[in-house]
Design a protein around this ligand. Sequence first.
Ligand SMILES: C[S@@+](CC[C@H](N)C(=O)[O-])C[C@H]1O[C@@H](n2cnc3c(N)ncnc32)[C@H](O)[C@@H]1O
Length: 350
Amino acid sequence: MATAAARQAMSRPSLLRIIPRPRQQQQLISLRFSSSSSATSSSPPKTPEYAIPDPSRPTHFGYETVTEAEKRKRVAGVFTSVAESYDRMNDLMSFGWHRIWKDHFVSTLNPGFSPLSGSSPSGPQHILDIAGGTGDIAFRMLHHAHVVNANPSVRVTISDINRAMLSVGKARATTDLPASQQEALSFVEANAENLSQTRPLQPILSETEQTFFDPATATSGIPDASVDLYTVAFGIRNFSNIPAALREAHRVLKPGGVFACLEFSKADKWTSIFESLYKEWSFRAIPLIGQLVAGDRDSYQYLVESIERFPSQEEFRDMIVDAGFVVAGKGYEDLTGGVAAIHRGMKPRK
Ligand SMILES: C[S@@+](CC[C@H](N)C(=O)[O-])C[C@H]1O[C@@H](n2cnc3c(N)ncnc32)[C@H](O)[C@@H]1O
């Protein structure tokens, strides 16, 4: 049986071959996090060719086929263009639902709480929020850890390829977060597909400069096994090479660390009437609202198309397993009948 990643690779001219998922990983799909997984290994399977970024490999940008390098450039253009209006547009596009999904995502991850310390949460934790944009997830993580779980030793790194989005986030943090939470937050420019090249957020000095991260300017990197919780919300569908990003997530997580992704997904059959109404609305109204509110129709057209192109819950779960993670049960939780979904995977301890 071809995995999602293999199916993706098969559609690419340079990779016309099926890459079977190792038997050991197939067995892991139904293991629970708490069950003993002594047969597992924390090192991912040998990196397949499709998980190594290749600037000339075809991928998709909305409904168009472009190279990985071209997609990176165009996605950067989209988010540079929407950065200032992003938060307002999010509310308009989802009727505010994104807030409910994000609250649920964060509360189920329960940052700051350690089940090993009984009822009193404790201990330092490092959370890496990838494609963190203007900070919605990172701010919720900090609030939950520091206030709900009374654990001030949790710190969050918010990372994004786009300096314009991070800059809006930094300005928001300054006005919205108490000083103690601001101190526990750092902003880092990086491409999720290669986290060994990063640099701290730089100020934007002129309107015309490139605002997406150039790896040639990297000054640091995220070390192996240094992160307890890796989160990515509504970001991964924009990546040029998703398997590469999943492998990087596996590399930077500590054994026992958790990968968690919130993303638009495929609605189930019970929600299909609602979904077709939503689809009709999103394809007709969102680009128009984008034009009226943000003066940018094309970027919002891309955002709705990219939602359509993202793999199904099962296909994405298989990609997570292919990257070396163990998933519990079916590996994902549908939200609002599958309009969005949360996927989780754990890096095995051994
Ligand atoms: C829709 S926004 C999501 C922002 C935030 N996580 C949220 O939920 O509001 C998607 C973000 O993904 C970022 N992004 C796209 N490609 C990326 C990449 N290869 N590496 C890191 N971030 C990326 C964009 O710059 C943008 O900020």
